[in-house]
Design a binder for this molecule. Structure first.
Ligand code: NAD
Ligand code: DAU
Length: 355
């Protein structure tokens, strides 16, 4: 039975990945290591918490001793590093924690995996480390063109700079030690369990509460949206079929301006909500409020996913129309989940960020 060490598995993409994997395979073991920051929520994993192939360890990936203990007690085959501080706006206010978790945490994982996976001169066959990175490491595009795996790194925010640094460290282990690893760089994800600090869940939540919908700058920045389950599938495929040492871009071929996203959410909510739902009275474009732009705001992201398609056979399966409907329905069916995480600390964050 292959054993996966998943870091950050209580976050948005990590929890979707664990659910995807345990629904798909019954002959794998998953150990989820998560520090449970504001973004980590074990409620996401309720469905599988009693699965005998699943275990949870509360630990910081920067904690050498705890991570080493996991390797000592388990024969880890794969490490998939989702754990990170992931929100650009927070990184602009408080970069230090981004450097710690995203860079130092990656070094700790690499070092311990390197120690336990070595077999004489080389590495034990079949072991693999996967660094979950982002298209933001490439910087920003103009009106044309795409990010390719060979596009030079040009990060602008403290978040993307920390992710680019981590990528460079992983690359240095590949080049120096022939460490068995892949790096994946994905575009913007959306779907169930995303924390409502990110554009799509924030807009859904604000619509439901009749709050303003804050649109940064002119609203014409472009992101390339990917349904989170498609990302989970891509990672599974890269673990199984990715050539060691390679980088794979993962993208949705689905570019949209932010203002388009906001309008699609307003329209879709109005289609889905029951005719008599009182919230329909206030969910309209009148809620849209243009606010001060994000500092250093990247203009456009767009991924060329042809390498992962040609080499591994992955392509984005969920069209945006379908994915956004599923996502909005999920938030409507899980308003309790949303309420639980938008209490307390979230309110402080919100009033500070959008004051
Ligand atoms: P998230 O913020 O929802 O989740 C991050 C998880 O990591 C949380 O569970 C948190 O508790 C945990 N964590 C944070 N610091 C930790 C630490 N020091 N030790 C252990 N656990 C820690 O993030 P996400 O959106 O799920 O992103 C997951 C990964 O994917 C990140 O590496 C991110 O850079 C990358 N990524 C995200 C997107 C996106 O659109 N969300 C796109 C491309 C890449
Ligand atoms: O591209 C991949 C990246 O996507 C990931 O690496 C990051 O972890 C993830 O957070 C995401 O980063 P973005 O900055 O693109 O996502 P966010 O949802 O924060 O913002 C999307 C766009 O919407 C961006 O152009 C900023 C804008 N925005 C965001 C918020 C929160 C608004 O206009 N208003 C808002 O309130």
């Amino acid at each position: 039975m292959r054993t996966y060490l998943i870091t950050g598995g209580a976050g948005f993409i990590g929890s979707n990945f664990i659910l995807y994997m345990l629904n798909k395979y019954n002959d794998i073991k998953i150990i989820n290591v998560d520090a449970l920051t504001y973004a980590g929520n074990l409620e996401n994993l309720k469905e599988i918490e009693k699965n005998s192939n699943y275990g949870f360890v509360k630990a910081d990936i920067c904690d050498n001793e705890k991570i080493e203990e996991i390797f000592k007690n388990n024969d880890i085959d794969y490490v998939i590093n989702f754990a990170a501080e992931s929100h650009v706006d927070r990184s602009i206010k408080n970069p230090e924690i981004f450097a710690k978790t995203n860079i130092l945490g990656t070094v700790v994982l690499l070092d311990i995996a390197k120690k336990y996976w070595q077999d004489g001169e080389g590495f034990i066959e079949g072991k693999k480390y996967l660094q979950v990175s982002t298209d933001e490491v490439y910087g920003s595009l103009g009106d044309d063109g795409f990010f390719h795996e060979y596009t030079p790194l040009d990060p602008h925010s403290p978040y993307s700079a920390s992710k680019a640094s981590a990528d460079m460290i992983v690359k240095s282990y590949i080049d120096t030690y022939k460490f068995p690893a892949n790096i994946t760089r994905c575009s913007n994800n959306y779907g169930p369990y995303q924390f409502p600090e990110k554009l799509i869940p924030l807009v859904i939540n604000n619509c439901l509460e009749g709050r303003d919908l804050p649109v940064y700058g002119d609203g014409k920045n472009i992101r390339d949206w990917l349904y989170v389950e498609d990302h989970a599938k891509a990672i599974d495929m890269v673990i199984n079929k990715g050539r060691l040492g390679q980088i794979y871009n993962i993208g949705g071929h689905n570019e949209k301006q932010n203002i388009e996203i906001v309008n699609i959410i307003i329209d879709t909510l109005n289609q889905i909500l029951d005719e008599n739902d009182v919230r329909k009275k206030y969910i309209s474009d009148k809620l849209i409020k243009y606010v001060k732009d994000r500092k250093g705001h990247d203009r456009r992201y767009a991924i060329d996913p042809s390498k992962i398609k040609d080499e591994i056979g992955w392509y984005p399966e969920t069209c945006f129309e379908e994915g956004i409907k599923r996502t909005i329905k999920w938030y409507l069916e899980n308003e309790e989940w949303l309420k639980n995480i938008t209490n307390g600390e979230y309110l402080n964050y919100y009033s500070e960020m959008y004051e």
